[in-house]
Write a protein that binds this ligand. Structure first.
Ligand code: AGP
Length: 608
């Protein structure tokens, strides 16, 4: 999704902005642009495609100045092209924008009637013209931006420059994320933390309706209507190196291999040997946890797969009924939420538009809300009543990996906490579970040792046109996740199915061309899954069996057996998720695909 970077200070703006945009590349984009103010003149460079095109243009026609704004665009209104790329300019007012302006057609019509001439197909250009219109009326840059923004409907994060007021930069947000960084009288503003992390760790997180006026070595935050706001600066502790590739060929591979550490960090300080789970930011007392009559878990994509696994944990350990919803469905289906309903919102980025809207839907109905988020101070984390942070560190690859396994771990801790509060599990049982959790990072480490074998499997099956992934119980969400990962980054069609459903349709697809990945750890349904395996083989299908110590029993029933470390069944999805990630990764890498930034996808889906 689009990325914003702005800078005002005493250094050259262009290299700082370019560096920030490069660090936001992971969000996905199709064009990029930069504008600076130099000796009272605005200059803009824009290019379709990857940043390298913009860099080449800047080499030929450099941009000077110590104040500027930059943008990577992910098309929503109008095709990806240079003309539609940001920044957009009208009468010396220059704007970069993330989000969607819902009333832009109306505003465009009104402004066209007043003689404004539009060059692009974007909603953003309307903002530049609207500010220009009010600037002509008021003669004040600040007043013009406030008036224009108050007329917008929809979501925005904007940063604005004005040729006639060169010492200033304005930023504001409503519905799309924006963070301010500061150091030594210089200011950075960006849509995401990694853009600035190499320059400063001191950051101010803006809330909806806030407006920042940057000047010469100072900044003022107020509400759009002018009311003053006091903001606290927070120190970000992420190591900037975590946002680099660290010797791996792709971020995704690095992030897959970071999972033992990410899981250990997510557990750290939260589980006690004596049989307790402490989730400090949950903000729910035992009494409140006991009152819960119903839970919803709401999310999108991979986070929704984690939600499906969370349902198993919560229903088993806390005996509360759980409905799992896709956020874009939940927000429009008028769900029955009461004061005793808890809605868990799962989101790596904490900025997914549908999940944010689902959160607001649940809050609007007076239900309690808890976020499971990876990005600290993200919108979903801040707007929820409580939060369980997954401490996976920044996830740069568009395909979610370490965020997923840490979400499962966070949900397991939550289910134990809920079960303890409600008395459905004892502290003795809890001690056993804590022991299992503590052993998990090492088991994931051992699972990663299968990397070579999985790469070989990828080489053998990379020519297939379709894949089927099958699993039962808590392995069904892993089948869905395996299929999603493969689709996302290798563009090979894949479907995930509950193994028991195979006979009800998908079996018709099976022939010698079809690799079928079957998740078959030794659990209650192992025998049934083994029968499904026979059925696939009987129809000529090529079986990749993913199993644990039951591996030997499957000899002769599968073309390839991946033997993984055994862990208690509840936690097995964390283990089986890893070969799904590695298989997708190696197939995509061998096919030469853009693993970290697959086509058409964005890391953080901040529009509906
Ligand atoms: C995962 O590989 C995806 N790229 C995608 O499905 C993602 O999980 C989804 O967009 C939700 O994102 P979130 O966790 O940041 O809310």
């Amino acid at each position: 999704m689009c990325g914003i970077v702005g800078f005002i200070g005493s250094n050259e703006a262009t290299p700082i902005i370019l560096d920030g945009l490069r660090r936001l590349e992971y969000r996905g984009y199709d064009s990029a642009g930069i504008a600076t103010l130099n000796h009272g003149k605005v200059e803009i460079r824009r290019a379709a495609g990857k940043l390298v095109n913009l860099e080449m243009m800047l080499q030929e026609r450099p941009l000077g100045g110590s104040c500027g704004i930059g943008h990577t665009r992910w098309a929503t209104h109008g095709r990806p092209s240079e003309i539609n790329a940001h920044p957009h300019c009208a009468g010396g007012i220059v704007v970069v924008h993330n989000g969607i302006i819902e009333n832009y057609r109306f505003l465009k019509g009104m402004l066209t009637g007043k003689g404004h001439h539009f060059r692009s197909e974007t909603d953003t250009e309307v903002i530049a013209h609207l500010i220009e219109h009010h600037f002509k009326e008021t003669g004040s840059f600040e007043a013009a931006v406030r008036l224009a923004l108050s007329e917008l409907r929809g979501a925005y994060a904007v940063v604005v420059l004005c040729e006639k007021e060169p010492g200033h930069l304005i930023a504001a947000k409503s519905g799309s994320p924006l963070v301010v960084g500061h150091r030594g009288g210089e200011f950075y503003v960006a849509s995401d933390i990694p853009a600035m992390l190499s320059r400063t760790r001191e950051m101010i997180f803006l809330d909806d309706g806030e407006f920042v006026l940057f000047g010469n070595r100072d900044m003022k935050v107020s509400m759009l209507d002018g009311r003053k706001v006091r903001k606290e600066s927070k120190t970000i502790t992420w190591n900037p190196l975590l946002a680099e590739k660290g010797g791996y060929r792709h971020f995704m591979l690095k992030e897959i291999h970071e999972q033992p550490r990410a899981i250990a960090d997510t557990l750290a300080g939260r589980i006690q040997e004596k049989g307790e789970v402490q989730l400090e930011e949950l903000h729910l007392t035992d009494v409140e946890l006991r009152r819960i009559e119903k839970l919803f878990i709401v999310a999108c994509g991979t986070s929704w797969h984690a939600a499906l696994i969370g349902k198993f944990f919560i229903e088993k350990l806390a005996r509360v009924p759980v409905d799992v919803d896709i956020a874009s469905e939940f927000r429009y289906r008028d769900p029955i939420v009461t004061g005793n309903t808890l809605t868990l919102l799962i989101s790596q980025s904490g900025e997914t538009a549908d999940t944010l809207a689902a959160l607001r839907e649940a809050k609007g109905k007076k239900g309690k809300t808890v976020a499971v988020c990876n990005v600290v101070e993200s919108s979903i984390a801040r707007e929820s009543d409580g939060v369980i942070y997954t401490h996976a560190g920044p996830e740069i690859g568009v395909a979610s990996t370490k965020a997923f396994t840490t979400q499962i771990v966070a949900l397991y801790m939550f289910a134990i906490r809920l079960g303890l509060a409600r008395g459905t599990i004892s502290s003795g049982q809890c001690r056993g579970m804590i022991h299992d959790l503590q052993a998990l990072p090492e088991k994931v480490e051992k699972t990663l040792m299968q990397d070579g074998a999985i790469e070989e499997a990828a080489r053998a099956y990379m020519g297939a046109k379709d894949f089927l992934f099958l699993g039962r119980g808590n392995q069904y969400p892993i089948a869905l996740e395996g299929a999603l990962k493969l689709k996302e980054i290798s563009y090979i069609h894949a479907e995930g199915y509950p193994a028991g459903e195979m006979k009800h349709g998908p079996i018709a697809l099976i022939d010698e061309q079809m690799p079928v990945v079957i998740l078959a750890p030794r659990n209650e349904t192992f025998e049934k899954v083994a029968s499904n395996m026979e059925e696939v083989r009987a129809r000529g299908g090529r079986v990749i069996a993913v199993t644990d110590h039951a591996g030997e029993e499957l000899t002769g029933k599968a073309d390839l057996i991946l033997n993984l470390p055994a862990v208690p069944d509840d936690l097995m999805p964390v283990i089986t998720a890893v070969p799904m990630q590695l298989l997708a990764y190696h197939v995509a890498a061998l096919l030469g695909k853009d693993v970290d930034q697959p086509r058409n996808l964005a890391k953080s889906v901040t529009v509906e």
